[in-house]
Design a protein around this ligand. Structure first.
Ligand code: ARG
Ligand code: ZN
Length: 466
């Protein structure tokens, strides 16, 4: 190994030598590498994501048999890079039976335990080396049912399936490094019976009919968190238009046919307005999907939000589209910072109402502020919601948005909107943390804002002064 006095330059890796690449990296004495960690250290999801590698791209080839069986045959090809000398690594996966796993074309040993799929190649992957893992699986995926988070993941519908995977539902249908810290691009090739259609994130590619089936290609070309990966299979009425030059593709289940036009025009109006407030739309395409299963929530699936079983009103559309800037383009680095998504998207709704002139964000703040201190809009504090089951509680949304109004009051409109736009711009297609947002707000406003953010994000009680 390197003695403390050794010159500070890379030491060539020799069999049997001890390498030292980084502080958190332990080293195998025999040079065989060390296994990647089974989690990324998220405050609320200890199994989410994995250490030792970084995914650049997922290629998802999936054949769906139809709603009768609901079964799939899938091949997911993961292009990744080792970030340590890697003897083996984990993927997060809770889907149907695995048929085979290969790494760089060679079959490898694998083991499943809980949501951890542990893959052990015959020889270690050197740090910095690109590699390709292929997982083939077959069977019937299904959703997670959770008392506080509801139904999510791969959700069967009457005529197909829809994916809404926030926060940790992606492994229901994909072997994946399931954490927003490891964003990647995606390609989808989904084969379905020819009477069905497929939509997904991003840009449509070819539609290839082949006898009784049709294959639909879609590509998400911007980095995307795994919980935002979405495929919608079924019968849909599809519409295409543009908003400020951005292609807008919307789709509704036939049950909601009557709302197809309105979804499209509302999506276009909201997108155009949001670009004036938050800065240029961060992705190549946009849209929205109303599907059949009654989930009673929406998800900001990248480029194309999903509305689960209802026709969204203006608040919903404005909210999910605001997430394209705040949540999708700028992702959380830890799920505990979820207010950076939900507080911002909720504040976008208030700004939309303010634009309509009948109300103002400040008036909305004031009405909420009159609520009793113990109200679920105040408790738990949005910066520390307390656990996975509290991620989407009222306080994360409402008190999170109130925090932004308090900031706006303190720094003035000019600085406030510069802060929002700069956050979206500087961290575009990347991620951010609460301390980074506070630092940005202080930099732009020139004010000390620690007390304000402490009061609104972290104090247990309803803030009294800030
Ligand atoms: N982020 C979604 C929204 O815009 C909520 C997702 C809720 N997820 C769930 N499994 N219930 O508000
Ligand atoms: Zn939201």
């Amino acid at each position: 190994g390197r003695s403390p006095s050794a010159p500070d330059r890379p030491v060539p890796i020799q069999p049997g030598s001890v390498q030292q690449e980084g502080a958190q990296q332990e080293v195998a004495e025999d040079g065989a590498g060390i296994p990647g960690a089974a989690g990324l250290g998220d405050a609320y999801f200890k199994d989410a994501g994995n250490g030792g590698y970084d995914v650049a791209h997922y290629d998802v080839a999936l054949a769906y048999a139809g709603p009768k069986t609901g079964s799939v045959d899938a091949t997911v090809t993961i292009s990744a890079k080792a970030t340590q000398h890697l003897s083996g690594f984990n993927l997060d996966y809770r889907g149907p039976e695995i048929v085979a796993v290969t790494v760089d074309g060679r079959p490898v040993r694998y083991r499943r335990e809980g949501q951890e799929l542990t893959v052990t190649p015959a020889s270690a992957i050197p740090a910095g080396r690109a590699f390709t893992a292929v997982v083939r699986y077959s069977g019937r995926p299904g959703p997670i049912h959770n008392e506080s988070l509801g139904t999510y993941g791969w959700v069967p519908s009457k005529d197909g399936a829809i994916i809404v995977a926030e926060p940790d539902g992606a492994p229901t249908w994909l072997p994946v490094n399931d954490h927003p810290r490891d964003k990647a691009t995606y390609a989808f090739r989904v084969t379905v019976p020819k009477d069905l259609r497929v939509l997904a994130n991003g840009r449509p590619g070819r539609t290839v009919p082949d006898g009784a089936t049709t294959t639909y290609e879609w590509a998400e070309e911007s980095p995307m968190a795994s919980y935002l990966a979405m495929v919608a299979i079924g019968r849909f009425e599809v519409r295409e238009t543009t908003a400020g030059g951005i292609p807008v593709i919307t789709a509704v289940d036939p049950r909601f046919k009557a709302a197809a036009k309105e979804l499209e025009s509302l999506t276009v109006r909201a997108l155009k307005w949001e670009a004036t407030v938050f800065g240029p739309y961060p992705f190549a395409t946009a849209g929205g999907i109303v599907d059949d299963p009654r989930l009673d929530y929406a998800l900001e699936t990248q480029e194309r939000p999903v509305y689960g079983g209802f026709v969204p009103d203006e608040d919903f559309v404005v909210h999910e589209l605001a997430h394209q800037w705040f949540g999708d383009s700028v992702s959380v680095r830890d799920w505990r910072d979820i207010w950076l998504n939900e507080g911002f998207a909720t504040y976008a709704e208030w700004l939309w109402r303010e634009r309509g002139k009948k109300d103002s964000a400040k008036k909305i703040f004031n009405r909420y502020y009159r609520q009793p201190a113990g109200s679920p809009i105040f408790v738990p504090p949005p910066g520390r919601p307390g656990g996975a089951d509290r991620l989407f509680g009222f306080s994360v949304y409402v008190r999170g948005a109130m925090c932004l109004q308090a900031l706006r009051d303190r720094v003035g409109d000019r600085s406030f909107f510069t802060i929002l736009r700069t956050w979206a711009d500087e961290r575009r297609h990347a991620s951010g943390t609460t301390p980074q947002f506070v630092a940005l707000a202080e930099r732009i406003s020139g004010k000390r804002l620690g007390g304000l953010f402490d009061a609104w994000l972290y104090t247990k009680a309803k803030p009294k002064k800030w």
